[in-house]
Write a protein that binds this ligand. Structure first.
Ligand code: GUN
Ligand code: ZN
Length: 434
């Protein structure tokens, strides 16, 4: 393959550490007039334009954005493909919302044409919003995952997904069995896991919709293949937690159910965790598991406020999740806008640099992919964004009043959304242009 090399000149910002561990100032790198050099899908250099431009070989094209910010692509650690058509479903909290809206909507994925159509819409929506990697729930139907991975593969995206396993407490038209869920997951793993930049996640929906037999087989899959992910939900809603106690009276609590079936580990991501207790956070951290913080969903479904300071105390890996369709936006900028308010309501702060960390490097660490995505370090995948300071008249005017990159970043996260994302690049290729 011929060498392809291209350079991008703009203000450039990336997170390089967790502000909770190193302090805010040591957590990021900012180049007011920076240059990002991309070679064959990877980043080959990052620095000040004045230092890098003289050494750039003749003929390398330089794209210049005088009024924009380059950041790493955003990472969504929790989202549901088959809920694309039901964002904003009125009136219910989690369990009634699932029965009234979610299950009927997901049932449409029995039709492979429908799965293909929604997978296309879904991936376009991710990229329009600057999300270059997502950890994705399919429906119970294997074709949901086939449709998603086929569409992601065409664009060489780094994506993680799995078919939902659920063999009880859901309508017959939407359940598998312990055995069929295992076999179908296995076939999908064989077909997709490790192909290009795709990874498979074993996906028991949540403890109430899996029998002990199914949870056992989910754990078994994790031992049969290296580097598989596991994704599920935990402690999102008080009624849900009560139900888990009734279904698994022999276990100490909700997390202990998953622990018992050996579903905790370095590639395990638990969505929500709004009502986790101190001991559970400690156990998640000890096993290297991660939590997906999903503020728009937690507000929309009236679930509660995620306790980020408690997670930080335990050095628990936390990523950010949109949780569409419980969440109300594909935009991680809008998700951060709501995350800030979650902290405000608990008398705490969310600094813009912690927010940037959550949307990029924090997500990458939650997924154990920090050597490939989440920063702009040379050697990593060239998955990055161009954010437009003039995306809307208000943003443009407001940013003219900003006196620091901290303020600019915070305003981008308050006023920003899909309109802010001018271009999205994945593996060095432009995959979205506004
Ligand atoms: N718990 C089990 N299934 C779901 C789901 O689809 N969305 C959310 N938010 N929580 C869940
Ligand atoms: Zn969810």
């Amino acid at each position: 393959m011929p060498l392809t090399r291209k350079a991008y000149r703009a203000a450039i910002l990336h997170s390089i550490a967790d502000p909770a561990e190193v302090g805010i100032e040591a957590s990021y790198e900012y180049f007011e007039d920076g240059l990002l050099v991309v070679e064959n899908g990877r980043i080959s250099a990052l620095g000040h334009a004045s230092e890098l431009l003289p050494g750039l070989p003749a003929g390398v094209q330089v794209e210049h954005y005088p009024d924009a910010l380059i950041t790493p692509g955003f990472i969504d650690t929790h989202i549901h493909l088959p809920q694309t058509g039901m964002v904003g479903a009125y009136g219910e909290q989690l369990l009634d919302w699932l029965n009234t809206y979610t299950f009927p909507c997901e049932s449409q994925f029995a039709d492979p044409d429908h799965a293909n159509e929604v997978a296309d819409i879904f991936i376009k929506e991710l990229l329009r919003n600057g999300t270059t990697t997502a950890l994705v729930f399919g429906s119970v139907h294997p074709q949901s995952v086939n449709a998603f991975f086929a569409a992601a593969e065409k664009l060489d995206l780094r994506m993680i997904a799995g078919k939902v396993m659920m063999d009880r407490n859901a309508p017959d038209y939407l359940t598998d069995t312990a055995e069929s869920g295992y076999q179908e997951s296995k076939a999908l793993i064989e077909r997709w896991h490790g192909k290009g930049r795709l990874h498979y996640a074993v996906t028991p929906r949540f403890a109430p919709t899996s029998t002990p037999e199914q949870l056992t087989l989910a754990g078994q899959l994790l031992t049969e293949y290296p580097d598989l992910y596991m994704q599920t939900h935990i402690s999102e809603n008080l009624q849900e937690i009560q139900w888990v106690k009734e279904l698994f009276p022999e276990r100490k609590g909700y997390l202990d159910v998953y622990d018992h079936y050996q579903l905790l580990g370095e590639r395990s991501v638990f969505a929500h965790g709004v009502h986790l207790c101190d001991d559970e956070c400690a156990r998640l951290a000890e096993t290297g598991s991660a939590v997906a913080f999903c503020p728009t969903s937690n507000f929309f479904l009236g679930s509660g406020l995620f306790n980020l300071p408690m997670a930080e105390k335990h050095k628990l890996n936390v990523g950010l999740g949109t949780d569409v369709g419980g969440g109300t936006s594909f935009s991680l900028l809008q998700t951060l806008n709501e995350a800030y308010k979650v902290m405000q309501l608990q008398g705490a702060r969310l600094s813009p640099f912690k927010s940037l960390y959550l949307a990029t490097l924090g997500g990458a660490r939650a997924l154990r992919l920090e050597d490939k995505i989440g920063t702009l370090h040379p050697g990593t995948d060239a998955d990055f964004l161009v954010l437009d300071y003039n995306a809307t008249p208000l943003l443009s005017y407001r940013l003219k009043q900003a006196n620091s990159i901290a303020e600019t970043l915070f305003v981008l996260m308050t006023l920003g959304d899909d309109r802010t994302v001018l271009q999205t690049f994945a593996a060095g290729q432009q995959v979205h242009q506004r």
